[in-house]
Ligand binder design. Structure first.
Ligand SMILES: [Zn+2]
Length: 349
């Protein structure tokens, strides 16, 4: 069995008002993934491989000064990083199947799930995750509190190596792996309490995600049956052509309906892959009332500006930018986003 010890660094918004809240608050954006692969095939845990990627953020592109200070990463380094969808596809392949993810602390896995979600990437491959802290606690002093990795290293007399400074995703994963090798991992996993389990459900129920590439333009992609044809994830029946609303930046959203299985949100996110090739991630997930309200508000904000488009009148004037009176919280952000980017295109044109 292979175990993946994972550590990540993430950027954060400069102020609470900068948090991207569509369709949930994104509190951090991953800018570095480091991982060490452990195998117990020889009867004891051994490091057999390493993985490291620096990632260019798409939501919080300006490196937060606090993150810069801790990680030593620079604006130039992250700007030259890979696109998250590409890096994570490579990571997933590198992890193999099945894979058990191990982290130090409880922050990395939810952050990974959130980032997968905002990039419309399937998360079903993440099935087994364990926080090593409670395993360390149970096998050392039995205390319950959170421990810094440095304390566990001290406990096991693991010295920091000169060429491996801390707060680098790979180096932290490496030190976590060294601590892990001092633990009885199989016993720790067997005794792992249900209260320590990560919630891997939530947003990902009924979610389907696919990656397509080779489109000439975003417009061509939206007209392509691979994107425009949306089938119900439960029964596979074709749902009526979606009306795409620009969500923000490179994302389009639409609501679809199956008579038997209810409403689904479809999201398409565009990004440039290697060689400048246009790629599109298409994701379908169950639309909750909140998600539907979010879509409706954007749609209505747009229609109120240019009712001709509600009737599919293509001769209407291009909608003008107009400030909207802000409302509270999530609705405010949704309305503001719609006001900034009033684009609505029938996908079948
Ligand atoms: Zn259906």
């Amino acid at each position: 069995m292979n175990y993946i010890v994972l550590d990540m660094e993430w950027n954060q918004p400069y102020a609470p008002k900068c948090v991207d809240r569509a369709p949930f608050p994104l509190i951090g954006e991953i800018i570095q993934i480091g991982a060490v692969m452990l195998s117990d095939d020889s009867g004891r845990l051994e490091i057999i491989d390493e993985f490291k990627e620096t990632i260019a953020p798409t939501y919080y592109t300006k490196l937060h000064r606090g993150v810069k200070k801790v990680t030593g990463l620079t604006q130039e380094e992250i700007a030259c990083g890979r696109a998250f969808p590409e890096a994570i596809f490579d990571f997933r392949i590198w992890c193999g199947n099945p894979c058990v993810l191990l982290t130090w602390g409880r922050d990395d896995i939810p952050m990974l799930l959130d980032n997968l979600f905002v990039h419309n990437i399937d998360a079903k491959w993440i099935t087994d995750c364990y926080d090593l802290q409670p395993i360390y606690n149970a096998q050392t002093d039995g205390l319950k509190q959170q421990r810094a990795l440095s304390l566990a290293m001290e406990h096991f007399e693991i010295a920091q190596e000169e060429d491996r400074p801390a707060h680098d995703a790979l180096n932290d994963a490496y030190y976590t792996a060294l601590v892990c090798m001092k633990l009885d991992l199989q016993r720790g996993i067997a005794e792992y309490g249900s209260e320590g389990k990560f919630d891997l459900g939530g947003y990902f129920t009924h979610m389907q995600s696919s990656l397509y590439s080779g489109f000439e333009s975003r417009q061509a992609a939206l007209a392509d049956p691979k994107i425009a044809r949306v089938t119900c994830p439960v029964c596979g029946r074709c749902m009526p052509y979606p009306l795409w609303v620009k969500q923000s930046g490179s994302k389009k959203i639409a609501l679809c309906h199956c008579d038997d299985h209810g409403d689904y949100m479809v999201r398409v996110q565009f990004f440039k892959g290697g060689g400048g090739i246009l790629k599109a991630c298409k994701t379908i997930y169950k639309a909750t009332d909140e998600v539907k309200a979010y879509y409706d508000e954007k749609y209505e904000a747009f229609i109120s500006r240019d009712p001709s488009l509600a009737r599919g009148d293509e001769d209407g004037d291009k909608p003008r930018r107009r400030r909207r009176r802000h409302r509270g919280g999530r609705r405010k952000k949704a309305a503001a986003a719609a006001a900034e980017a009033p684009v609505l295109e029938p996908a079948n044109e």
